[in-house]
Ligand binder design. Structure first.
Ligand code: MSP
Length: 600
């Protein structure tokens, strides 16, 4: 039997997963279910990365031990995964006994081969990333250096440490990176970085600095660097130590899904570690982009964090799973928006697919028992579809897979329209549309985990073979509507978008005269504006369209009672009004009028 081993990164359990982190896990689940559908024996591993400074500090802040802290946090992962119907085979924790033993065993093996040595490590370290940065990668702010990811100050560290001879693998890694199948996205970027040089990797921290980690088997004063520990979860999680049979069946991973921020660790360090440990390499490391929420970076301080379990509660698990593979293009950055999720759900699941299901079941209920009788044209279409989906799947082109299934929904709808089974009560038409629906439903089942169960009930047929013409007879059952349109939210949102007169009255708009202009940068101008009795600051993004001189001493229209906002160190108190298409035109008054006049 063919096998498929898929992994996700293991998450730092310092916070709950949000819709961005849940994207990777859902993708992995969808791939595992698809491969299972196509007859593969699958193994799906996910889990948590529980060692390191960051977690130690987080636990200390809460006044508990690191182990108590991670034990509690893990539940915040398992719960949303359950709500999202994530069907993992193992949830690995790097504090699991077997994992700790595997890390020690592999470290020992590589050490005995002479590929780990003791030296001194000095460099800029970011506690949040748990890693060192070269000076080139850091952001310079005055005499401080900031981490390029967290924008926090990094610290200079000099310590006794063990090194893994990563540099030795430069040519082999470069050769590996030539293979597009190994790294479909970010390959050129990695090749260029490796070509610039590959330094040996520091793989330990002195216990004095970090106690929350796995002890090195050859020096009890040091613990393993989190990434060396974490990456090996992919080895221990599939039975390297405790289940040799499972390990030899599934190793190496077929697909390792990761986010674009951790490509270096997975496509350079990870294969070198495996080469050193004499283990076969993963077939594909697939890095997806980052998700924003309505165009903004997902962040607690912006208050735009959506949690997957909340979305599932409100709109159902299928809505979110479908959104991930329909709206977000795998490999590119994507956006999560509740509005778009509802649109997709309403138009494509409730309307197109829901109506098809409803139609086929209702018509067949009236027709009665349907015997096997194939319309060759329909069979040819679905045979082709099953093959095309398979070849796209093997290239991990999940968006194209979904396109194909959606196309099949339209195909079957037009088949029904053209054959008019309500008039032509021919068994062959009925059988072909029911078999077509069964195949579509099977192909949708890795994504639409709840809806597909309901459709299966309606078809009243257990056959799960992905082949057209497998069922001998149909006697369908009545089922409730599978996807009810989400009306509520759309109506409320429209109401919220309307302003009443009182809302408008709240906004104070006045005529102001520009008495001073300074350029902040290419985009921004700092204006001082007189409103007669008072002078206010305005930072306006009009620098590309106006120069300083043409604004001076002219009167424009400003909103004057907004809450002030600091922009580039200037407290902007008023907002200039402008009309824009691809140009910008400022709003002015058509007769000369006193500064400070109110606009109503
Ligand atoms: N613990 C390491 C991974 C070790 S794997 C051996 C780690 N953990 S993490 O919790 O910080 O991130 C886990 C994954 O979540 C990464 O793949 C990261 O890219 C992904 N994401 C975090 N924020 C994300 C978005 N906003 N959008 C999509 N993925 C995001 O790194």
């Amino acid at each position: 039997m063919k096998k498929f081993y898929v992994t996700t990164p293991i998450y730092y359990p310092n916070d709950k997963p949000h819709v961005g982190t849940a994207y990777t896990t859902t993708l992995a689940d969808i791939f595992a279910r698809f491969f299972k559908l196509y007859g593969y024996e699958t193994y799906f591993l996910t889990g948590t990365d529980e060692h390191g400074k960051k977690l130690e500090l987080e636990a200390r802040k809460k006044g508990v031990s690191p182990k108590e802290f991670v034990d509690a946090m893990v539940l915040h992962f398992k719960y949303p995964w359950k709500k999202l119907k994530i069907n993992y085979d193992r949830f690995i924790r790097t504090t699991d006994k077997d994992h700790e033993e595997v890390v020690k065993e592999i470290l020992m093996k590589v050490y005995e081969k002479g590929e780990i040595y003791k030296g001194k490590y000095e460099g800029w370290y970011c506690v949040r990333c748990e890693r060192y940065f070269s000076e080139d990668d850091l952001i310079k702010e005055g005499d401080r250096f900031l981490c390029p990811i967290h924008k926090r100050e990094v610290t200079w560290l000099s310590i006794d440490a063990y090194f893994f001879k990563l540099s030795k693998y430069k040519d082999k890694i470069l050769e590996l990176l030539q293979n597009e199948e190994f790294l479909p996205y970010h390959r050129e970027e990695m090749i260029n970085r490796v070509k610039k040089g590959l330094k040996d990797l520091c793989i330990s921290r002195p216990k004095k600095q970090l106690s929350w980690g796995i002890e090195l088997p050859f020096d009890k004063e040091h613990v393993a660097y989190v990434w060396f520990d974490a990456l090996l979860n992919y080895v221990s999680g599939v039975g390297y130590k405790n289940d040799k049979e499972k390990f030899s069946k599934f190793w190496p991973p077929d697909l390792q899904l990761i986010g674009k921020d951790i490509v270096w660790f997975h496509s350079v360090i990870w294969p070198a570690m495996l080469m050193a440990a004499n283990l076969p390499l993963p077939k594909t490391i697939l890095a997806h982009g980052f998700l924003t929420v309505e165009g903004e970076k997902i962040s607690k301080s912006l208050g735009n964090v959506y949690y997957p379990e909340e979305i599932v509660e409100r709109y159902g698990v299928d809505a979110l799973r479908y959104y991930y593979v329909r709206e977000i293009s795998l490999g590119s950055d994507g956006d999560f928006s509740v509005k778009k999720l509802i649109e997709r759900y309403n138009n494509e699941l409730a309307k197109d697919y829901g109506n098809l299901v409803n139609r086929v079941i209702k018509l067949s209920l009236r027709f009665g028992r349907v015997e096997k009788e194939i319309d060759e044209e329909v069979k040819n279409y679905f045979d082709g579809l099953i093959d095309q989906v398979y070849s796209l799947l093997r290239k991990y082109k999940i968006n194209e897979v979904v396109n194909k299934i959606v196309e099949a929904v339209h195909y079957l709808n037009s088949y029904i329209n053209s054959k008019e089974p309500w008039k032509n009560k021919e068994n062959k038409i009925y059988y072909s549309m029911l078999e077509g629906l069964r195949i579509i439903n099977l192909l949708f089942s890795p994504i639409l985990v709840e809806g597909s169960e309901k459709v299966k009930e309606g078809l009243n047929c257990k056959e799960s073979k992905l082949k057209f013409g497998e069922v001998n007879k149909y006697e369908v059952k009545e089922i409730p509507i599978i996807y009810n349109k989400i009306e509520e939210f759309v109506k409320k949102r429209k109401e919220r978008e309307k302003a009443n007169f009182d809302d408008f009255k709240k906004i104070k708009i006045k005529v102001g005269k520009v008495i001073e202009v300074k350029r902040i940068n290419e985009k921004l101008l700092h204006l001082k504006v007189s409103f007669g009795k008072e002078i206010k600051n305005c930072v306006a993004g009009i620098g590309k369209f106006y120069n300083e001189k043409e604004l001076l001493n002219r009167k424009f229209v400003f909103v004057t009672n907004l809450i002030p906002k600091k922009i580039c160190n200037v407290e902007s108190e008023v907002m200039i009004l402008a009309a824009s298409d691809d140009k910008v035109s400022l709003i002015t008054v058509d007769k000369d009028i006193e500064e400070g006049s109110i606009v109503t």
